[in-house]
Design a protein around this ligand. Structure first.
Ligand SMILES: C[S@@+](CC[C@H](N)C(=O)[O-])C[C@H]1O[C@@H](n2cnc3c(N)ncnc32)[C@H](O)[C@@H]1O
Length: 247
């Protein structure tokens, strides 16, 4: 059994998530000491789901965010490359009339250009081997004028909170994980991947590089998590300009 590491080889990452899929939500809730619902609430508020809005939930995992958005009327497509996660998502929420789940890779989205009002990814982009490629793909499938929302672990902005957080992750979390997770090694990867993840300002610059405008972020829980947003310009084209346009 190969564990994922910071190389983030897709086969290792997807099989790691296959293994934790059944207990994933429980482990998440325990490890986040009950703050996950708050982060999801903020994500939902920022997305502002409503009927007629088409949303792509990239790296949807067990479908928790897809479900919240669909309950508020959005038409949601949840996509993940882990068969285990997609199977759990379908078992839990597959009968919801507003959700479709499908297996697929964030760096090669199986969708046409310009079709989603919002693309979103929660705690997923950090696990993608080529995150900038995933951002480019999310941009491609978003309608001009549409938005991206990324909820991801980030870096605490307050020294004391940072110290407490590091202590929790290094000392308390490994013991808790042994009790609640079927794959404790997966959670060693969790901590190292969070530490290696870019800061809020660097990630915001990646969104600008991908072509988004009105890029901004909001720190949640003192920056333990950051909620990033951006908008695809209304004038955007994703295809290479035709020779006529170049002239
Ligand atoms: C930490 S889980 C987050 C799941 C869910 N979004 C949530 O908030 O609970 C990360 C997910 O990213 C998925 N993932 C990682 N890389 C991916 C890729 N290249 N394409 C699609 N899914 C990917 C994993 O399979 C896993 O389900």
């Amino acid at each position: 059994m190969t564990s994922a590491d910071l190389e983030k080889r897709p086969a290792d990452v997807s099989s790691m998530f296959d293994r934790v899929s059944r207990n994933y939500d429980l482990t998440n809730d325990v490890l986040s000491v009950g703050t996950t619902p708050y982060w999801r609430f903020k994500t939902r508020r920022e997305i502002d789901p409503h009927p007629g809005q088409r949303v792509l939930d990239v790296a949807c995992g067990t479908g928790a965010v897809s479900r919240i958005l669909a309950d508020h009327g959005s038409e949601v497509t949840g996509l993940d490359f882990s068969q285990g996660m997609i199977t759990e998502a379908i078992a839990r929420h597959g009968d919801h009339p507003n959700i479709t789940f499908q297996q697929g890779d964030a760096t090669d989205l199986p969708f046409e250009d310009n079709i989603f009002d919002v693309t979103t990814v929660s705690f997923g982009i950090r696990n993608v081997q080529e995150p900038k490629k995933a951002l480019a793909e999310m941009y491609r499938v978003t309608k001009p004028g549409g938005r991206i929302l990324v909820c991801e672990f980030s870096h605490p902005t307050n020294g004391l909170v940072g110290w407490g957080y590091d202590t929790y992750m290094n000392v308390a979390m490994p013991s808790i994980v042994k009790l609640v997770s079927s794959d404790p090694e997966a959670y060693e990867y969790l901590f190292s991947s969070i530490q290696a993840w870019p800061t809020q300002t660097t990630f915001a610059s990646w969104l600008r590089e991908a072509g988004y405008e009105q890029v901004a972020y909001r720190n949640l829980t003192y920056g333990i998590v950051a909620l990033h947003r951006g908008r695809k310009p209304r004038s955007a084209t994703v295809h290479a300009p035709s020779s006529q346009e170049i002239q």
